[in-house]
Design a protein around this ligand. Structure first.
Ligand SMILES: NC(=O)c1ccc[n+]([C@@H]2O[C@H](COP(=O)([O-])OP(=O)(O)OC[C@H]3O[C@@H](n4cnc5c(N)ncnc54)[C@H](O)[C@@H]3O)[C@@H](O)[C@H]2O)c1
Length: 372
């Protein structure tokens, strides 16, 4: 198969769909890999690294789209890229179609087959191609929160780990899933005193079993949040209710109970945010202040560490990419029901029910499509 990887063109996107290692694996499996020149630059992978891996460098996205049987990317194809997709071509990338009717209609019109990273599942009911980015955002949250806490940035001027004779920062993490667990581990590793709140008792039991000595756990209720806010130097929002907007767990009125210069890091901002006063910010201008409390609400946090994020995403996508290339998408999806969950569009038909429901478009069952 000819596998093409264009340079990402969405603003502020520095990741790339294939690492040189992924390219080399595909070449070892007998495939031809075509990389747009400069595609890996933002993640620190020069063209030479891809050439050494056995890939071919092409001069433009047009050439990559025109030549490849399968396009591997990071972000959803932008309008210009969608025009280059063709019937029978396979697209493997993040799509997030439900809120994006224009993209959905363009993909349907192109006749391509599109498999979305974010709907591929695993045996544990998880989303294996979303989890790496939650891991990155979670581990980054205390790091950016610690920077925000610095005096020059408007923060309280508190060091996460304290020093001998001075207590450490107090950090509350609301939501103990992938983001929250990684955030809590890093915050505790920096020496902070950490409490993680969740609404799932099985999750709290797991966290207590595995991390009991590292951080404390609490059952998330508005009363407990109210009790913890006055003591917190940093609150990290990491909740998710699948398919719904994030619940608002800290109100504007409650900010006045917090210490001046305390910091809120709202990782759940991509789902609307879990603090009433959150609004999405960018890496260029990441923080702002409301009622004396600092807010960090960057919606694409993994972009700040593009190299780590690219490698983490590549590790997760590689086995699926190889299966698609080795077997063809139909056989690969027939063999792996979790990959089949990723099928969103095929030959002008929508194949993912939640997207169809959100956009009012008829859906054909993916099982029917692979049998056809
Ligand atoms: N900003 C970014 O760049 C970025 C990057 C990755 C993920 N995210 C977002 O981070 C959020 C968390 O993602 P995740 O992968 O950790 O999800 P997850 O499903 O692994 O974890 C979410 C946790 O929230 C808990 N929860 C739900 N309601 C709660 C409540 N009221 N109080 C406390 N806990 C509650 C759930 O029980 C679950 O354990 C999502 O909104 C995700 O989209 C943002």
């Amino acid at each position: 198969m000819k596998i093409g990887c264009p340079k990402e063109i969405k603003p502020q996107e520095f990741r790339v769909g294939m690492t040189p290692n992924a390219a080399q694996e595909a070449v070892n499996h007998g495939h031809e890999v075509l990389i747009e020149t400069g595609a890996g630059d933002g993640s620190g992978f020069a063209d030479d690294a891809y050439i050494a891996a056995g890939a071919r460098i092409l001069g433009s996205a047009e050439e990559v789209f025109a030549t490849a049987d399968m396009i591997v990317k990071v972000k959803e194809p932008q309008a210009g890229e969608r025009k280059m997709l063709r019937e029978g071509q396979l697209l493997f990338t993040y799509l997030h179609l439900a809120p994006d009717e224009a993209q959905t209609r363009d993909l349907l019109a192109s006749g391509c087959t599109a498999i979305a990273y974010e709907t591929v599942t695993d045996d544990n009911g998880g989303l294996p191609l979303l989890a790496p980015m939650s891991e990155v955002a979670g581990r980054l949250a205390p790091q950016v929160g610690a920077w925000t806490l610095q005096k020059a940035n408007g923060g309280r001027g508190v060091l996460m780990g304290g020093v001998p004779g001075v207590p450490p920062a107090n950090v509350v993490v609301i939501g103990g899933g992938v983001v929250g667990t990684h955030a809590a581990r890093i915050a505790a590793g920096m020496g902070a005193e950490v409490t993680v709140l969740d609404r799932s008792l099985p999750r709290l039991r797991y966290l207590d079993d595995v991390f009991g000595g590292t951080f404390k756990t609490g059952y998330s209720s508005s009363g407990l949040v109210e009790e913890l806010l006055p003591r917190a130097d940093m609150v990290i929002g990491a909740v998710l209710i699948p398919g719904a907007a994030a619940p608002k767990l800290v109100t504007r009125a409650q900010l006045s109970s917090m210490k001046p210069g305390a910091t809120l890091v709202d990782v759940a901002i991509d789902q609307g945010g879990c603090f009433e006063t959150s609004h999405a910010t960018t890496h260029q201008d990441p923080i702002y202040e409301v009622d004396g409390v600092m807010h960090y609400c960057v919606a694409n946090m993994p972009g700040a560490v593009a190299r780590t994020s690219t490698i983490a995403l590549g590790n997760a996508t590689m086995p699926f990419m190889l299966a698609l290339a080795d077997k063809g998408w139909k056989q690969a999806c027939a063999d792996d029901p979790h990959l089949l969950e990723g099928l969103n569009v095929h030959a002008g038909q929508l194949t993912y029910y939640a997207v169809g429901k959100a956009l009012g478009i008829d859906v054909v069952s993916p099982q029917k499509v692979i049998k056809g």
